[in-house]
Ligand binder design. Structure first.
Ligand code: GCB
Length: 868
């Protein structure tokens, strides 16, 4: 009896839902061809980009052009009365869709989704040929025109086939359902829901629109119906307005989501013709130039990250799972805020921000510059429309952005006359005005925002007065200036523009987990400098209640094909590496932002500490302790104990340790963290070189640990009798003196930082070793490029060029020549990593001599090992 009842119910349920839309991925088995290599055809699955590899290996010369994806889909008789759509979540950057060789449509812009109706192009009962042409070449009418990230081409997000009944909710307008909460308080939420319905039947359709709202705990919060008489294919609007009492508000701590399910029921057959569902949330927010950001009446400092959407080895073609793990790491860091820089991201990103409680700034990619053409304006406005309408229901989204540093390129464009510059500025201001207006028209409930670089042109032009909030991208302590100057700048801006809410939309230096130092300085790419700069910025912001918040640049390292950091083609300002290994700085933020007790000791990527031995036989080890606890108890090797009081989440520990392995344990409030570390004295290193070579990162204050050999090349030192080090010469510095070493891509190696820093003009480098046979490796590069040196991506600060030079020199060991007339540039080319290995026998130490023939000799690294 029971089972019969169940069967009837099942039939009813199945019967009711019969005929609803089919949504299936069309990701598998596309044949890919590109005009780069017309011969090559390969089968790929989406998400896919053709630049995952060459944007790294070829730098700025990665392939930007046309490529094609093709596949067949079978459309059976059963779909003859259906409507068919192809839905693309993102194709970079211009996409043209052909069905059976007929053009269906074209979409401009690489970062928003689009839907094409293919119903009238398919042949029933047959295979249908889909061809998607993508073009990621430079297009002066399509933003971004220039930017510090790679413009990976391809169908890099999911693609779906959607099959619907002739009567269905429209797919072409953004989210499908538009849900607004025009009035909100703790006691009541007024909700307004709209959808467009289409009827492709040749006759009028009488349908019922059934709406059910589920509360976060899955109870029915509202249900209602409306009957609709749908005539023709015209769009018909269906509207609901209702109240939810005592709504469960959405916030970072409680990301409560309501679900709206809307169905179309045939009044005759009672069949469900179509169904859509969307999550939404109830929350209100505002911003005040003095007091900062408020959500549901409560003050919040917005703290978080900016995020790019790519990943090591994959380019921008990420499975949704990586978006999810990224967002979870951002939440676990203690963030309540994310800037989706510099473009709208995958739908999965917004969904996870909703679920995890992360407040979103979503923007369109107008970066660095604009084109003063009507089509550029049109494309920008269309992109913003798509950004807004596709993401409008997400409660996490609270800001719509539309420009990043639009005046960056302008002042350096020397060919441009003042008059042309003025015209350009006027055009940018006009574009900002139009975008701001369009955004407000589409969604008056959100705040508008724009990101600026440190230039007064944004103030003098008036552009900074257009959006509701200003984001400053500030890099004092990196691209010029000192990190301590941040507060001064913010205060001045605040004084001069007291009505303007301000946040920091970017900040942070580059850092490489292979590079460690006790003496951090700008451009050394050390983790220590990254910690110091971030900590300084956060402290300065926390001292200023008016600062709305800050978004660290960047959540993770990201692809920027023409940039050269310690890893070429990667911008290394991430709190995590490109493959998402957290740098120490990630834990600093946990200590600063998490609400639960937290303890961490730095040094995840630095197991050995090479110290100077003091007169008592001890060396100093520098560790950062990150903790939000008041008192942290430290125990060294289970015996020596002391307590430290972290200031602003950090204690800078200077531990006196003897040579050997030590365990340091930090505990507070039930949390405990242990780190094991090895201490070695520099003065003893020559003794063990028959077992472990002595490898020196010449011209640098940083240790460099190779991720290939795991060998550490330790920071350089001056020679003292009985020891080792450089005798003379100076640290090679670029002409402008800001960077120690060169910032060029070193060819022939992935260990660029080892070669980038060097001494030049040296005549002797000595090791007072015991008699024996030694293998000596010299690492060198000639840093002077033919076109002179410059920072490839420099925020336009300085375009100094230094002249190329010629250097030729002899190398001798203890007076015996090992390399004559070495011409690094002539033999290998500029910026090529050259490694010379040779074996020598000595009775009286090793003195490597450099004899200049022309120009200054250079040495980047040296390693010696006793062979016998
Ligand atoms: C900026 C840009 C961003 C860059 C960043 C940097 O101001 O907005 O796109 O990646 O600086 O790392 O130089």
């Amino acid at each position: 009896m029971k089972s019969k009842f169940f069967l009837i119910c099942l039939i009813l349920v199945l019967g009711k839902s019969y005929g609803q839309r089919i949504i299936r991925t069309e990701n598998s088995g596309w044949t890919f061809t590109s005009s780069l290599n017309a011969e090559e055809r390969k089968v790929v699955n989406l998400p896919h980009t053709w630049n995952a590899e060459d944007a790294i290996t070829k730098g700025g010369d990665y392939y930007r052009g046309v490529a094609t994806y093709q596949k067949n889909i079978f459309v059976g008789e059963e779909w003859k009365d259906k409507r068919l759509y192809l839905k693309f979540e993102g194709v970079n950057q211009v996409a043209s869709l052909f069905l059976n060789d007929k053009l269906v449509g074209k979409h401009i812009g690489g970062y928003t989704g689009f839907v094409f109706d293919i119903s009238d192009f398919v042949t029933i009962g047959s295979n249908n040929h889909i061809r998607l042409e993508c073009d990621n070449s430079y297009n002066a009418d399509v933003p971004p025109l220039s930017a510090d990230f790679t413009f990976y081409g391809g169908a890099y997000r999911d693609v779906y086939l959607v099959v619907t009944n002739p009567v269905h909710f429209s797919l072409e307008d953004g989210a499908g359902l538009l849900i607004r909460t025009p009035e909100l308080s703790e006691n009541n939420a007024k909700v307004h829901l709209t959808s467009n319905v289409k009827n492709y039947l040749p006759k009028q359709a009488n349908v019922m629109a059934d709406l059910t709202i589920f509360s976060p705990d899955n109870k029915i919060a509202y249900s209602g119906s409306k009957s609709l008489n749908l005539a023709g294919t015209d769009v018909n609007k269906v509207d609901f307005e209702f109240n939810v009492d005592n709504p469960d508000l959405w916030s970072p701590e409680s990301p409560n989501l309501y679900r709206a399910e809307l169905k179309l029921i045939d009044m005759g057959t009672q069949d469900t013709l179509d169904a859509v569902s969307e999550d939404f949330g109830c929350r209100w927010f505002s911003v005040d130039p003095e007091k900062g950001f408020f959500l549901n009446g409560k003050a919040y400092r917005l703290m978080g990250v900016s995020r790019h959407q790519d990943y090591a080895g994959l380019g921008n073609a990420l499975p949704n799972k990586i978006h999810e793990t990224d967002l979870k790491m951002i939440k676990d860091m203690g963030s309540n805020f994310i800037r989706l820089a510099h473009y709208p991201q995958d739908p999965a990103v917004y969904e996870w921000c909703d679920k995890l409680g992360i407040i979103v700034w979503s923007e369109i990619p107008i970066v660095n510059q604009i084109t003063e053409s009507p089509s550029f304006f049109e494309n920008c406005l269309q992109m913003q429309k798509e950004n807004v309408l596709q993401n409008i229901n997400h409660p996490s989204v609270m800001m719509w952005g539309y420009m990043n540093e639009v005046f960056l390129r302008l002042p350096f464009n020397r060919q441009t006359t003042q008059q042309e510059k003025d015209k350009y500025v006027e055009a940018a201001v006009e574009l900002a005005r139009q975008l701001n207006q369009e955004t407000k028209d589409l969604d008056p409930s959100r705040l508008t925002v724009m990101a600026l670089h440190q230039s007064q042109l944004y103030n003098t032009s008036g552009i900074a007065d257009i959006p509701d909030i200003i984001g400053w991208n500030l890099y004092m302590g990196w691209y010029g200036g000192k990190m301590e100057q941040l507060g001064e700048f913010l205060d001045k801006e605040h004084r001069e523009h007291p009505k303007r809410p301000v946040l920091i939309s970017e900040y942070g230096p580059g850092a490489d987990i292979r590079i460690q130092t006790d003496n951090p300085y700008a451009w050394d790419y050390s983790e220590a400098y990254q910690i110091d700069m971030h900590a300084s910025y956060v402290d300065q912001v926390f001292e200023r209640p008016y600062v709305v918040g800050m978004a660290a640049w960047n959540f993770a390292d990201f692809g920027s094909a023409s940039r050269v950091d310690a890893i070429p083609a990667i911008n290394q300002k991430g709190l995590l590496t490109f493959d998402r290994i957290p740098k120490d700085i990630y834990y600093y933020y946990q200590s600063r932002l998490l609400q639960k007790p937290f303890v961490y000791l730095s040094g995840e990527h630095r197991q050995t500490y090479y110290c100077k031995e003091d007169s008592t036989g001890m060396g100093t080890v520098n560790l950062y302790l990150f903790s939000n606890c008041e008192n942290v108890h430290l125990v060294i090797d289970g015996k020596d104990e002391f307590t430290t009081v972290p200031e602003n989440g950090v204690s800078r520990l200077k531990l006196q340790l003897d040579e050997g392995t030590h365990t340091v344990t930090a505990s507070a409030d039930g949390e405990s963290f242990s780190r094991q570390l090895d201490v070695k004295f520099r003065s003893n290193l020559l003794n063990g070189i028959d077992i472990e070579p002595l490898a020196v990162n010449v011209g640098s204050l940083c240790d460099f640990t190779s991720d290939i050999t795991n060998e550490t090349w330790i920071a350089d030192q001056p020679y003292t009798a009985g020891g080792w080090g450089y005798v003379d010469g100076e640290v090679y510095q670029k002409s402008r003196g800001r960077v120690q070493g060169t910032d060029q891509d070193i060819k022939g190696t992935s260990e660029d930082p080892l070669y980038q820093t060097m001494r030049e003009g040296l005549t002797n480098y000595r090791f007072d070793v015991k008699p024996g046979v030694y293998r000596i490796s010299l690492l060198m590069t000639d840093p002077n490029g033919a076109s002179g040196e410059r920072l490839v991506y420099d925020l336009g600060q300085n375009q100094n060029m230094s002249k190329s030079s010629q250097r030729r020199f002899n190398i001798l060991v203890n007076g015996k020549p090992v390399s004559n007339k070495l011409d690094l540039a002539g033999t290998y080319g500029y910026n090529y990593g050259v490694n010379l290995d040779f074996v020598v026998e000595t009775r009286d130490g090793i003195n490597i001599q450099f004899e200049s023939i022309e120009g200054k000799p250079v040495l980047s690294a040296i390693r010696i090992k006793k062979e016998s």
